[in-house]
Design a protein. Structure first.
Length: 375
């Protein structure tokens, strides 16, 4: 074989191998996922630090410690993570957990009296009290209102005494209290440790009421509020935080006679949104687009945990020898629960027609007087 031809043949083979390896490396590099550049905005966002348990001191609280707590906690602003109940007992926290009232008791109180402070509302610590095993923090003035000096003055007029101050009933009291309970005695604690112990009820790190409220709602509702959208199934507070207070609202009844309230956002020629409430829940959202198209949503898009217990069904007692009566819920036929003097199980008979002429005693007695003889 010619040596010169062999040399060229080996050189071509080497060149082909180099080209193949270069192509394979380039293809592997192209298949690899591109390196993500760090987002400058996300890089500057501090990550939340994990909460560490509070380590309490073994020493009792001293007078100097009490002064530090009063200076550090009085007039502090937090936002309620959960609603505060009405009443003088407030909320009791021990070892970082709410021990009183329980979830069931809280639902009963909310159903009966409502909330003194709703979730997301501002909560100012207005006073601090010290007991043997408790620290008591009064929120927004506390559950009781102290009388002013002029409310003790009485003026006699027309044979009676009149107080020129406010009404005697404790109206418009929207305060509560938190009892921080310890085992044997109140230890030496700092204001920073107290804020961490009160964290189950108060959020001291939130910078606004909206941010504090978003921490109390489900993730889907939180995303919708952040994007300023309303969903079927939201309550009034969620819609208010998402879209603001409605410029217009009106009340009416539907074809079935159910009362509803509709909030209107926007005005032509811009987009107009009609949000319908039945009670405290959104049941219908109608959106009129700029191009004239209409979008109606009635399917539930979010499910919230009920805050009020359902009304138990009432089962009337059955008479002896009679089959048990069917349970009737509140809001059924009013005639079924109408008071009556009849005994249980007695036949009610046919009800008289309200528009019929009243019948008097003796009206239906046949006349037996014989006809007079013809003259």
């Amino acid at each position: 074989m010619n040596p010169q031809r062999s040399f060229f043949w080996l050189g071509g083979l080497a060149s082909a191998l180099v080209l193949c390896s270069t192509f394979t490396f380039a293809q592997a590099a192209s298949d690899a996922p591109p390196a993500q550049k760090p987002d400058p905005y996300q890089a500057n966002v501090p990550k939340p630090e994990p909460k560490k348990p509070v380590v309490l001191s073994d020493q009792k609280l001293t007078s100097q410690g009490k002064m530090e707590i009063i200076r550090g906690m009085t007039a502090e602003l937090g936002y309620a993570r959960k609603p505060f109940p009405f009443g003088k007992t407030g909320v009791t926290i021990k070892d970082g957990k709410i021990i009183n009232p329980t979830e069931e008791q809280m639902q009963d109180i909310m159903a009966s009296y409502g909330a003194a402070i709703k979730a997301g509302d501002a909560a100012h610590i207005t006073d601090v009290k010290f007991k043997d095993k408790e620290l008591i923090f009064y929120i927004n003035g506390g559950p009781e209102r102290k009388q002013k000096w002029y409310q003790h003055i009485q003026v006699g007029m027309g044979g009676g005494d009149v107080s020129p101050g406010q009404p005697t009933e404790e109206t418009n009291i929207h305060g509560s209290l938190i009892v921080l309970e310890f085992d044997n005695y109140v230890p030496e604690v700092t204001p920073a440790q107290i804020k961490q112990l009160l964290d189950p009820m108060l959020n001291f790190s939130a910078k606004s009421a909206t941010q504090a409220y978003l921490d109390t709602v489900p993730p889907k509702a939180k995303q919708a509020i952040t994007e300023h959208k309303a969903l079927v199934g939201m309550n009034r507070d969620m819609v208010t935080y998402a879209l603001g207070r409605p410029p217009q609202k009106y009340r009416d009844k539907d074809a079935n006679g159910n009362e509803y309230e509709e909030w209107i956002y926007g005005a032509p020629p811009q987009q107009v949104q009609f949000i319908r409430f039945e009670g405290d829940e959104v049941v219908r959202i109608e959106t009129m687009q700029v191009d004239g198209t209409k979008e109606v949503r009635t399917a539930r898009e979010i499910t919230l945990q009920p805050t009020q217990p359902e009304v138990a069904q009432q089962t009337p007692a059955a008479a002896p020898g009679q089959p048990p009566a069917q349970p009737t819920a509140t809001g059924g036929d009013p005639a079924a629960s109408r008071p009556t003097l009849r005994r249980p199980g007695e036949d009610t008979g046919q009800q008289p027609d309200p528009g019929a002429r009243p019948q008097y005693p003796g009206a239906n007695i046949p006349d037996t007087t014989p006809d007079p003889a013809p003259q």
